[in-house]
Write a protein that binds this ligand. Structure first.
Ligand SMILES: [Zn+2]
Ligand SMILES: [Zn+2]
Length: 108
């Protein structure tokens, strides 16, 4: 899950706190570290871009910032499919979540 380059901030740490970064829930000093990391680490930057797209989509559709976990998973897998098709890469290593095919949608 890393590009193999040494970074000041570990990739796993960046990915662990990706949502805090997206939601601006972290101190400025950490934001700076993350920005630097995305500059030099394309795998993490791609992941960040994906999450950002998901958030934008959800905000546009639902008018709020909360991404329900199953919706997020759906959007992510959708984006994965699109991107895999574009790039002509083999399937991503992320396993499909088990369960019925989204027949039930959580609603409040
Ligand atoms: Zn990284
Ligand atoms: Zn890296």
């Amino acid at each position: 899950m890393s590009c193999g380059e040494p970074h000041e901030t570990d990739c796993s740490e960046v990915l662990d706190h990706l949502y805090e970064y997206l939601d601006r829930e972290m101190p400025d000093s950490d934001c700076e570290k993350f920005k630097e990391h995305f500059d030099e680490c394309s795998p993490c930057f791609e992941k960040y871009g994906l999450e950002q797209e998901v958030k934008k989509l959800v905000r546009r559709c639902c008018g709020h910032d909360d991404v329900p976990t199953d919706l997020r998973a759906k959007v992510m897998s959708r984006i994965d499919v699109i991107r895999a098709g574009q790039a002509g890469e083999s399937a991503a290593a992320e396993p499909e979540p088990a369960g019925p095919d989204g027949a039930q949608q959580a609603s409040s």
